[in-house]
Design a protein around this ligand. Structure first.
Ligand code: GDP
Ligand code: IMO
Ligand code: MG
Length: 428
């Protein structure tokens, strides 16, 4: 029995969708275990760029069963829209034979989204995606949430949604002076969504355990990145789910012994969306150079919100921490092509905090915010690498950059991505 885990090793948007799609060629099941439609995983197939939010990135491999695990929070409305878009763009039919939704996954309700938006607008925000993620997980943790399994009875589900809207309206109006939601309209829409989705419901932990018992291969696809984990990320500038390795066990209902490979996906530089400390953040011309203008589909603008991403040099202190904490056994390094043409590349190898050198990643965001990067400079390369398919054919300086990342984080880079397309990948 074998589970391969794929985790975002930084602050999200490392290219998880693209690497999941590649590894899914050798998987029987691809399962999401955390987050919701705050995720935006882009997969490029030919000339098409498909942005997935809730559907696992194994959907483009006909033999893969896609599982939306219990650790996920599910927005039925956006899921249905996404299913229709994927079907239209690719000709794939997403039937219950192709995709299962855990009955224990919690539902994101319009009230959660309205509260998320109200709080973000009210000045106390951290720059969320405004998908209602935090409020849905709040209801889960306080044991008042609505689980996907309740969609088996669409009428009762609609009634529960109605009650939730009525309850949230009081808070929206009194606390935030916001217009109320229309409970009847929302309830009708969610009843209809339940009718369309209930055939997809299952006990997905059982499905995963049976797959393991039958020697099938499961690929667990992380959403967000480990630095956005609710416990181990840069709290409070984090998401509300477990994006670290522990999330696989709780978010799918599988045993740790089944995990045999943990692939960390890291971008060759750093990006972050939303608020929170980012030690290697760049401003000015170099930031614009790394972000891109938005002309290319891979330029650094959020797949879910379109926000320009904050960019910076690779942070090996954070990456080393991510590797150690999650048992990352190998790295996939993405977007190496974006670094072509830069004279010098910088990598943060330590932090300076109040004049002292820190060699570890501080847990306290207030400490992190005061850290300055200690950089090592490495020579860049001018060659375009997008057509390179072997490690040896990369420019010597690119090979040296990768070797230095490996040395700094004490892990082998087994996959190098040199473009968003399926074949633009070097496997070592
Ligand atoms: P995810 O959330 O981790 O799945 O990452 P996103 O899809 O949000 O962002 C990664 C972006 O980079 C997407 O537009 C990908 O198509 C693109 N991408 C992935 N790998 C590469 C690469 O090696 N080179 C380039 N240029 N783009 C890439
Ligand atoms: P993928 O899976 C990058 C960030 C938001 C915000 C914080 C909390 O595509 O890598 P939330 O809406 O989750 O309550 O927002 O987390 N965030 C992401 N950043 N990639 C993501 O997903 C993210 N999902 C959430 O920007 O800072
Ligand atoms: Mg993304």
């Amino acid at each position: 029995m074998a589970i391969s885990v794929l985790l975002g090793a930084q602050w999200g948007d490392e290219g998880k969708g693209r690497i999941t799609d590649a590894l899914a060629a050798h998987a029987d099941v691809v399962a999401r275990f955390n987050g919701g439609d705050n995720a935006g995983h882009s997969v490029t197939i030919g000339t098409q760029v498909v942005r997935l939010h809730t559907i696992p990135s194994g959907i483009f491999r006909a033999d893969c069963l896609c599982v939306i695990g219990n650790g996920v929070v599910l927005n039925p409305r956006t899921l249905l829209k996404e299913m229709a878009e994927v079907e239209r763009a690719t000709g794939i039919t997403i039937s219950p034979a192709r995709m299962k939704i855990s009955e224990a996954a919690h539902i994101i309700l319009p009230g959660h989204i309205a509260l998320d938006a109200a709080r973000e607008a009210g000045g106390g925000g951290i720059g969320t995606t405004q998908r209602g993620i935090g409020f849905a997980y709040m209801d889960k943790a306080s044991r008042t949430g609505l689980r996907a399994g309740s969609m088996h009875d669409p009428e009762r589900f609609g009634d529960a949604v109605h009650d939730h809207v009525v309850q949230v309206n009081r808070v929206l109006e009194r606390e935030y002076e916001r217009p109320p939601l229309d409970a009847d309209t929302v309830a009708a829409e969610y009843t209809s969504a339940a009718q369309q989705l209930n055939a997809f419901l299952a006990n997905t932990s059982l499905i995963a355990l049976d797959a393991l018992a039958a020697n099938k291969r499961i690929l667990a696809e992380g959403a967000q990145g480990v630095m956005l984990d609710i416990d181990h990320g840069t709290y409070p500038f984090v998401t509300s789910s477990s994006a670290t390795i522990g999330g696989v066990m709780t978010g799918l209902g599988v045993p740790p012994q089944a995990i045999e490979r943990v692939v960390g996906v890291a971008k060759a530089f750093s990006t972050r969306v939303g608020g929170g400390p980012m030690v290697t953040e760049l401003q000015g011309d170099m930031a614009m150079r790394l972000r891109g203008t938005g002309k290319n589909p891979w330029d650094e603008y959020g797949s879910t919100t379109g926000r320009p991403r904050r960019v910076g040099w690779l942070d090996a202190v954070a990456l080393r921490h991510a590797v150690r904490m999650n048992g990352i056994s190998e790295l996939a390094l993405t977007k190496l092509d974006v670094l072509s043409g830069l004279e010098t590349l910088r990598v943060a190898t330590a932090y300076a905090y109040r004049g002292e050198k820190l060699a570890f990643f501080p847990q306290d965001s207030e400490v992190l915010a005061l850290c300055e990067p200690v950089y090592e400079d490495l020579p860049g390369w001018i060659e375009d690498v997008t057509a390179v398919r072997t490690f040896e054919a990369l420019p010597k300086a690119a090979q040296a950059y990768i070797a230095q990342v490996e040395a700094l984080v004490n892990t082998r880079v087994t996959i190098v991505s040199v473009g968003p397309e399926r074949e633009q990948m070097i496997q070592r």
